[in-house]
Design a protein around this ligand. Structure first.
Ligand SMILES: C[S@@+](CC[C@H](N)C(=O)[O-])C[C@H]1O[C@@H](n2cnc3c(N)ncnc32)[C@H](O)[C@@H]1O
Length: 249
C-alpha cells in the first residue's frame, strides 16, 4: 500500500491513506506506544475504562480499536468490578484489528471480548441504541469526518448511555508545554521513523495540532449526543478524556 506525504494526509484524512499508514505500522504499534509514552498510554486507557464501566453496563463498543488495548482494558475493568459486560471492537484496518483479535484470544478476558469487526466508524454496522457505552482512544482524530464519526457513535449508543473519547491535547503550563513540544514535535517523529521507516510519527503531532480540543471538541461531542459533556485533562493536559451522555429522544 502506498504511503501519502503526512501534510496531505493531515489535510485530507483520506481513508485509503489512513489505512495504509496504520497497516505499515501495525507490527510495531504496541511497542512504540509503550516506548514513546513510557507506558502512560495504558494508564490513560485504564482510567477511561474505570469511567466507562458502570454497574448497569452490559454491552460496550470500542471503535477505531486498532490492536485492541482499550477493549482489553474495558474487559479487565468489567471483570475487576464484577460486571458482566461484553466488549465489541471494530477498526477499518484489517492488520490492526487482527492483532487485537489475537490478543483477545490469548487474554484471560476472552469470554468478555466476543467480537471484533472490520468496520468504518462513519458507517457502523449496528442498529441504533445497541450499546450502553461507545468508546474511542486516539482514533477519532484520524476519521475523515470526525463529526460524522461522533454521530455514528451516538446513534449506536442507547439513550442515557455514554460516548467516551480519549485524545491527545496540548498542555496548558508554558514550561511543561515547551519541553513536551520539543519531545512530541521533534524527538518522537525521529524515533518513530528510525523504528518504523514510515512518516506516521510525523503525521501524529501534525494531526494533533490541527484537531480541536477542550471545550471546542466537547461541543462536537455534545452536538452528537445532545447531552452534557465532562472534560477530564490527563498528565498535565497532554491527553484528555471527554465523557458525553446521550440525551433521551
Ligand atoms: C492511533 S490508532 C488507535 C488504536 C487504539 N484505539 C489505541 O488506543 O491504541 C487509530 C486507529 O483508528 C483506525 N481508524 C481511523 N479511521 C477509521 C475509521 N474511519 N473507521 C475505523 N477505524 C479507523 C485506524 O485504522 C487505527 O487502527
Amino acid at each position: 500500500m502506498k504511503q501519502q506525504p503526512e501534510d496531505d494526509l493531515v489535510a485530507s484524512k483520506s481513508p485509503a491513506g489512513i489505512r495504509a499508514m496504520f497497516h505499515a505500522i501495525a507490527p510495531t504499534y504496541d511497542f512504540l506506544n509503550r516506548l514513546l509514552s513510557l507506558g502512560i498510554d495504558q494508564r490513560w486507557r485504564r482510567r477511561l475504562a474505570r469511567l466507562t464501566i458502570g454497574a448497569d453496563t452490559r454491552r460496550v463498543l470500542d471503535v477505531c480499536s486498532g490492536t485492541g488495548d482499550l477493549a482489553l482494558a474495558l474487559a479487565d475493568r468489567a471483570r475487576s468490578a464484577g460486571v458482566a459486560a461484553a466488549v465489541f471492537a471494530c477498526d477499518f484496518t484489517p492488520s490492526m484489528m487482527s492483532r487485537g483479535r489475537d490478543k483477545f484470544a490469548a487474554s484471560p478476558h476472552a469470554h468478555s471480548l466476543p467480537g471484533t469487526l472490520v468496520a468504518d466508524t462513519m458507517r457502523l454496522p449496528f442498529p441504533a441504541g445497541a450499546f450502553d457505552a461507545v468508546t474511542v482512544a486516539f482514533g477519532i482524530r484520524n476519521v475523515a469526518d470526525y463529526q460524522t464519526g461522533l454521530r455514528e457513535m451516538a446513534r449506536v449508543c442507547r439513550d442515557g448511555g455514554r460516548i467516551v473519547v480519549l485524545e491527545f491535547s496540548r498542555p496548558r503550563n508554558r514550561l511543561f508545554g515547551a519541553v513536551y513540544s520539543f519531545y512530541f514535535n521533534r524527538l518522537l517523529p525521529r524515533i518513530g521513523h528510525a523504528i518504523t521507516g514510515t512518516r506516521a510519527y510525523r503525521y501524529l503531532p501534525k494531526s494533533v495540532a490541527r484537531f480541536p480540543e477542550g471545550p471546542e471538541f466537547a461541543a462536537a461531542v455534545a452536538a452528537a449526543t445532545g447531552g452534557p459533556v465532562e472534560i477530564i485533562p490527563l498528565t498535565g493536559g497532554i491527553a484528555t478524556i471527554y465523557i458525553g451522555r446521550k440525551a433521551s429522544g
